[in-house]
Write a protein of this length. Structure first.
Length: 341
């Protein structure tokens, strides 16, 4: 596999890009790229230490002049000690026309050239007591003809447990609340609700997990503030997730727990292939399929109309965790645990 090296974009400028150079000067895209490269390295290094196995490195580059130009780096671990499958991917691409998934909320930008970069990860642990986690931070810049660039940021993280622990859910949400606090008291409740609404399987009438935070098309604060918030979210990932991993990774499990984990992973696949805007954007824009679909779990099961046994640990996931709750306020007091968000 190729190595991921260097912090400078290797995308060769086209004549159209040279013509738009003055407009691009309004963006500090190199600073965003440098941050994303560093974030990917920090996360992968930390997870390698937890797992004890190295991630493979797959650097890629699209040829200039195609539908989609750019480069990226996929870091992946399969059949590890901790991670059954885990990927952390960086991509930096440019295209001549924004795909429909990127303009559904901004129809005035349909057809505009674009530049996009981000880091996206999904970790599927082997132990069913360690939750699956997703995190993404990204920047989009549309370059409509004769106008200034339109830039927005997006990102967030969400947790998908198979067996729920209140203290884990509370820790994850408290870290997310703290990382957004410097950007306004409205951000955490707003982005938590956005996450609850977004990571919801409408055809199942069921949340994917216990949520976290999610924001998209964020441009209201300008480039500098949006970039600062994106960095804060990216930097919060390891403090939010690693303590949960360290608490749960040595818990004993058997065939029953693995079977339920595979069944619940089916919900993850359904969401990513039916609803996820990032997946749809990547496929619609001609992105790299292997990198886009690295989020898929390695072992999945579906069963017809299966229901957990009443009173079981599996049933408790549905009754106590797969519903909106104000996890950041959890205190361990049974009288408060059932409060809805």
């Amino acid at each position: 596999m190729a190595r991921c090296t260097g912090a400078t974009s290797v995308i060769a400028p086209s004549s159209d890009e040279q013509r738009d150079a003055s407009r691009r000067d309004l963006l500090n895209t190199q600073a965003v790229r440098d941050y994303l490269l560093g974030l990917q390295a920090r996360i992968v290094n930390a997870m390698e230490l937890e797992d004890g196995q190295p991630f493979l490195t797959d650097a890629w580059q699209r040829e200039a002049g195609g539908k989609l130009e750019g480069d990226g780096c996929t870091r992946l671990l399969e059949e590890g000690n901790l991670l059954e499958r885990g990927g952390c991917s960086l991509s930096h691409v440019k295209g001549k026309t924004l795909p429909p998934s990127a303009t559904q909320h901004r129809p005035e930008l349909a057809g505009a050239p674009f530049e996009a970069m981000g880091v996206s990860l999904v970790f599927h642990p082997r132990n069913p007591f360690v939750p699956t986690v997703h995190m993404n931070v990204r920047m989009f810049a549309a370059l409509p003809e004769g106008r200034d660039p339109v830039v927005w940021f997006g990102g967030g993280m969400d947790l998908t447990p198979y067996y729920g622990f209140e203290e884990d859910a509370a820790h994850f949400h408290r870290v997310n609340r703290a990382t957004l606090a410097p950007f306004g008291a409205d951000k955490y409740p707003r982005f938590k609700q956005w996450c609850d609404d977004y990571f919801f399987l409408k055809h199942r009438d069921e949340p994917r997990g216990i949520g976290g935070i999610f924001f998209d098309d964020f441009s209201e604060a300008g480039f500098d503030a949006g970039f600062a918030m994106m960095r804060s979210v990216g930097d919060a990932f390891l403090p939010a997730y690693l303590p949960i991993v360290q608490r749960r990774k040595a818990m004993p499990f058997g065939a029953r727990e693995r079977d339920f984990q595979a069944y619940r992973r089916g919900r993850y696949v359904e969401f990513n292939l039916v609803f996820d805007r990032g997946t749809l954007f990547g496929l619609q824009s001609g992105g790299r399929t292997e990198s886009i679909l690295m989020s898929m779990p390695p072992i999945v099961k579906w069963r017809y109309d299966w229901r957990p046994e009443a009173g079981s640990a599996e049933a408790r996931l549905y009754t106590d965790f797969l519903r909106p709750r104000d996890w950041a306020q959890w205190s361990g007091d049974a009288s408060e645990d059932g409060n809805a968000a």
